[in-house]
Design a binder for this molecule. Structure first.
Ligand code: SF4
Length: 403
């Protein structure tokens, strides 16, 4: 019988390495790294964070997608949504003939075209249990690139459901990873979840835990209607809670939310009974943590402005931008195209905004140090192009200066 589920590589790395290098490698980034992550020309310095860009999970997912194309040259290949949240990487896969499956008007992925003869790639952030079962039932070959760090969160959430704890997930309920993580509670009939986006939402949950009156239950149900199990009942489901996070959240906020819930549960049930009512595990992935730590270290140096590169829908990129914006003028750009060296402008998305704005004269004219970092889904070539355009804004051809 043909194997129809794969979650380890096909052993074709040697055959795809050239294409990966052509598509994502950057000689400029290699050179900046070799120079201690800092390059200065004239009175302009660019400092690169020591951890940035593609993480181990993204590396693996992208490699696996390229291997899949090589392994099944004659088959139709589909991708559920986006492999990662980077428009360039998704466009490359489309150019390789990998077709994206979009969501239908009701919000569910539309698998109508998929047949048993096709191959379907599952993205790095995974798919919901329901979507997985639907695809299995269709009989297509599934290539599962779900990151191991995401699978660890799923195990945690599943164990909460098994033991009768409601999963309180710090994340964005519409994010693919969080949808997939929340769906893991359905492995058990009594499994429940509640997604809180930030400390403000967590405090509303804590206020209910500490007060617990019927009117508050109705308000909480209404507030979290889209972000909780369909039959979520605060009075029943907030007696035992386990905290988990979307892997790419701001780690300091995740820890603070867990502490706040712990405090509320201890207040309600007593510190001695906490073990029966509260569990928590920090499920921020190490790649997210490393990038957040590295950018904070970068900001301890003399950096005047920061450029953060990554998809506008990339959670970890947005959190890097938020960390920087608290400390320095920060520009979150989707790619190097956001910088116009001739006009001297930068087009970026401000933290919390939904659209872009263009800023003239962002680099000024005097001595300046620009910090640069990139989210876990940003390839090195997009980082290198950005660094070149920063220098080009001052009239410097970086490749020639580095030669
Ligand atoms: S950000 Fe973390 S969880 Fe997401 S793909 Fe990368 S390593 Fe995996």
């Amino acid at each position: 019988m043909e194997q129809t589920y794969f979650r380890k590589g096909f052993g074709l790395k040697g055959q795809i390495q050239g294409a990966l290098s052509d598509d994502y490698h950057s000689a400029v980034v290699d050179e900046v790294r070799a120079r201690g992550y800092t390059v200065t020309v004239g009175d302009l310095t660019v400092r690169l964070a020591q951890e940035f860009g593609f993480c181990y999970g993204v590396d693996r997912a992208v490699e696996y997608a390229y291997e899949t194309r090589t392994k099944f040259p004659e088959r139709r290949i589909f991708l559920v949504g986006e492999i990662i949240h980077n428009p360039h990487v998704n466009a490359k896969l489309t150019a390789m003939g990998i077709e994206r499956i979009a969501r239908g008007p009701a919000g569910a992925f539309d698998f109508a075209q998929v047949t048993a003869q096709d191959v379907v790639i599952l993205p790095a952030f995974g798919v919901t249990r329901e979507d997985f079962e639907r695809l299995r039932a269709l009989g297509a070959v599934l290539v599962d690139t779900t990151c191991g760090s995401v699978l660890n969160v799923w195990k945690r959430v599943e164990s909460y459901a098994r033991d009768g704890f409601t999963s309180v997930i710090h994340g964005k309920y519409q994010h693919e990873e969080t949808r997939a993580t929340a769906s893991q509670v359905t492995a058990y009939p009594e499994g429940r979840y509640l997604v809180v986006r930030d400390m403000d939402e967590a405090r509303q949950v804590c206020a209910f835990i500490e007060g617990d009156d019927e009117g508050a239950a109705g308000a909480l149900r209404a507030r979290f209607r889209a972000a909780a199990s369909p039959d979520f009942d605060p009075a029943r489901d907030l007696v035992r809670v386990g905290v988990a996070n979307q892997t790419t959240m701001l780690s300091s906020e995740s820890l603070a939310i867990a502490a706040e819930l712990r405090r509320a549960m201890a207040g309600r049930f007593g510190a001695g009974a906490l073990r029966e009512h509260f569990r928590s595990f920090d499920t921020i992935c190490s790649a997210t943590q490393d990038r957040q730590d590295a950018v904070l270290r970068l900001l301890q140096d003399s950096v005047d402005v920061v450029v953060v590169i990554g998809g506008y829908n990339s959670s970890n990129t947005n959190h890097l931008a938020a960390l920087c914006a608290e400390r320095r003028p920060t520009y979150h750009i989707e790619d190097a195209g956001g910088i116009d060296p001739v006009a001297g402008t930068i087009r970026h998305k401000a933290v919390g905004a939904s659209g872009e704005v263009e800023v003239p004269g962002w680099l000024g004219t005097g001595p300046c140090t620009v910090g640069v970092t990139a989210g876990a889904s940003t390839p090195n070539n997009k980082v290198g192009e950005t660094i070149e355009r920063i220098f080009a804004t001052r009239g410097v051809a970086l490749a020639a200066s580095l030669a």
